[in-house]
Design a protein around this ligand. Structure first.
Ligand SMILES: O=C(O)CCC(=O)C(=O)O
Ligand SMILES: [Fe+2]
Length: 343
């Protein structure tokens, strides 16, 4: 299997295969633990059919809002070992320890190339990064989750509900973690963070799925890693639409908040939707293929998914990495006093 970025797509795959040294995951430094999300996983139980009404949660863009009754959201509670314990900037893999590798590791050159692709084109892609056999399993999982939710939009947050699928493996993958950390370091010149991913599985279907389409936003996290699981064939296939890299990482949460308010209001949403129709060339429109892994600067880019066929399912898994304002006192205060606040 050859897995490569778009930049490397353009090169000869067989050349790359010889070039890429396989290395194995390093053992974590120390025993850090991270707390992931809150609440309880209900999918596995009969409770799965009950809606979790008016529970404040963070939506997939890392925002907090009250659930609507047409949404089904399952959250997870877990303490898991941080796969990406902090490492010194510039740290390189030591020696091959002979441990079984998880996903394919990328060389620093390949990671640089991903960052370049995002900076230039708005996104990068590793083709066929996740094996089809794993996608098939998680696709069945998605179908069951959608059925359990009454064939409506459902979002699963955190690693626990998806732990038995490849999404659990991705969440704890040292290879993927290293890619994210190095991308972040290269792009921001800041040391990589040991923040856990903000992990989301979004399943859109029916008219409630439509309501969650064309909702333009900035993410709260710098890097978005997107794995398509189910993509409807045909006209309305729910592409990812991106206005790439249009803002910098704000030093203050308050500035971020203003940006978000400027985008997430009905007037701006109408303007952006109109623009997507009348000036499509201004947006990057990404057709998604299950098994490919897509990367973009979610914090810096306005983005949304295009609508998809209401008869079909569109499912994507997202791993959001590094909230630059996680320490903000204002943010914490707002989340405390306005739990339904989306910003
Ligand atoms: O599902 C998608 O294509 C994008 C979702 C997204 O932007 C998000 O979860 O923040
Ligand atoms: Fe997003």
């Amino acid at each position: 299997m050859v897995m490569h970025s778009r930049a490397t797509d353009r090169r000869n795959a067989s050349q790359m295969a010889g070039k890429i040294a396989r290395s194995t995951p390093r053992p974590p430094f120390g025993p850090p633990v991270v707390r992931v999300a809150a609440g309880s996983s209900r999918l596995a139980s009969r409770e799965a059919r009950k809606s979790l009404l008016f529970t404040p949660v963070r939506e997939s863009s890392g925002e907090c809002r009250f659930l609507l009754d047409h949404s089904r959201i399952v959250m997870s509670s877990a303490i898991v070992p941080s796969p990406g314990a902090p490492r010194p900037l510039g740290f390189r893999e030591p020696v091959d320890l002979g441990l079984p590798s998880d996903f394919r590791e990328l060389s620093d050159e390949e990671i640089f190339s991903l960052v370049q692709d995002i900076d230039r084109d708005g996104y990068a892609v590793l083709t066929q990064y996740i094996p089809h056999s794993d996608i098939d399993v998680v696709r069945r999982f998605v179908r069951d989750a959608v059925t359990a939710a009454g064939n409506r939009y459902v979002v699963l947050i955190g690693p626990t509900p998806v732990a038995e699928t490849v999404l659990g493996k991705m969440a704890s993958s040292p290879a993927l973690r290293r890619i994210c950390m190095r991308m972040y370091e290269i792009a921001t010149s800041r040391p990589a963070s040991d923040q856990p991913y903000y992990q989301v599985l979004r399943c859109l279907t029916g008219s409630s799925g439509r309501e969650h389409s064309m909702v333009f936003h900035f993410d709260s996290h710098v890097l978005a890693v997107l794995l398509p699981i189910e993509v409807p064939a045909g006209k309305d296939s729910g592409e990812l639409i991106v206005l790439p890299n249009i803002r910098a990482i704000r030093s203050r949460y308050a500035s971020n908040l203003i940006d978000k308010i400027l985008v997430r209001n009905p007037v701006s949403q109408r303007i952006l939707r109109g623009m997507a129709k009348s000036r499509p060339e201004r947006f990057v429109r990404i057709s998604l293929f299950p098994g490919n892994l897509y990367f973009f600067w979610g914090y810096r880019s306005i983005h949304a998914n295009a609508p998809c066929d209401i008869e079909k399912i569109r499912a994507t898994a997202l791993f959001h990495y590094v909230d630059p304002h996680s320490d903000s006192k204002l943010k914490r205060l707002l989340y405390r006093i306005l739990p339904s606040n989306r910003y």
